[in-house]
Design a protein around this ligand. Structure first.
Ligand SMILES: NC(=O)c1ccc[n+]([C@@H]2O[C@H](COP(=O)([O-])OP(=O)(O)OC[C@H]3O[C@@H](n4cnc5c(N)ncnc54)[C@H](O)[C@@H]3O)[C@@H](O)[C@H]2O)c1
Length: 267
């Protein structure tokens, strides 16, 4: 006997899937058979993800939109639904990635805070709202919000990002409670430090090595691991799971007992 996940016939939207984690989630959704709507604010990157999926025989289309604009979110969901005829899976992946939103707590002014909360919490909530309205109408669906491993333990320089992502965890509970009766499951996934192109630029190598060394599995999270997890969460194998935060962080949340030894040999 074997167990397979088949998302054939489903339509999946992945926001911010022109690069990094979102791109790999989009590719894995397509590998599982879903028709994938690739959203990104950057045209070339969105087209590249679509081409990668097409190269593997999958179905995808690019939907360029900047989700910082509330109307653009509703237009995106309307366009995707018109394209695919329905919306079964939505992954709200756009967020301020770890690295760019870093600052000392005492240095962050109101504008900084509002920007981080807007780009993480508000944008995710409004995306979920637009998606839920379509899913309620069609009788169900699955929403996955992208949180962060930073919500499980405090790190210096990350207070606004971690707080905004932690609010996404609570938002996921609330959405699960309100949308469950409409047959919509809502979960959150939390990447650990994931070596995307942006993270490579943001973190000095020694810092990154120390983070990896502090994980029980002694390894980093790969972008594709969020793809595998999302494919599972969107499937019937997870049909009784809603309102959960699922970590893909090599056990980093346990590292409070094994503090990183930044910039030094962590052995
Ligand atoms: N990389 C990590 O270590 C890490 C760890 C924890 C959580 N996360 C979260 O994972 C998600 C993806 O992060 P990533 O590291 O893959 O980022 P990334 O920068 O590699 O990719 C993000 C993509 O989203 C697009 N994008 C950004 N703002 C947008 C907007 N307003 N509208 C449409 N598209 C937009 C970008 O153009 C880019 O292609 C984020 O929510 C981030 O907070 C990342």
């Amino acid at each position: 006997m074997s167990v397979e996940i088949d998302h054939s016939g489903k339509v999946a939207l992945v926001t911010g899937s022109g690069a990094g984690i979102g791109r790999e989630i989009a590719r894995w959704m397509a590998r599982a058979g879903a028709a994938v709507a690739v959203n990104d604010v950057r045209t070339e990157e969105a087209d590249e993800t679509v081409a990668l999926i097409a190269d593997e025989g999958g179905t995808a289309s690019a939907f360029v939109a900047d989700l910082r604009n509330d109307d653009a979110i509703h237009q995106l969901v309307a366009d995707v639904t018109a394209w695919g005829g329905r919306l079964d899976i939505a992954v709200n992946n756009v967020g301020m990635m770890a690295g760019r939103g870093t600052a000392r707590f005492v240095d962050m002014d109101g504008a900084f805070w509002r920007d981080i909360v807007d780009q993480n919490l508000v944008l995710t909530a409004l995306s979920g709202r637009a998606e839920a309205l379509v899913m309620m109408e069609q009788g169900g669906g699955v929403i996955i919000n992208v949180s962060s491993g930073e919500t499980t333990r405090p790190s210096p320089m990350m207070s606004s990002y971690a707080a905004a992502k932690a609010a996404i965890n609570h938002l996921t509970w609330s959405m699960a409670v309100e949308l469950g009766p409409h047959n919509i499951r809502v979960n959150a996934i939390a990447p650990g430090t994931t070596l995307t192109e942006e993270v490579k630029k943001a973190f000095p190598l020694g810092h990154y090595d120390a983070i990896v060394a502090a994980t029980p599995l002694q390894r980093e999270t790969l972008p594709e691991e969020l793809g595998r997890l999302s494919v599972y969460l969107a499937s019937d194998l997870a049909r009784c799971t809603t309102g959960q935060l699922i970590l893909a962080d090599a056990g980093a949340f346990l590292s409070r007992t094994r503090p990183p030894n930044l910039g030094q040999d962590a052995s």
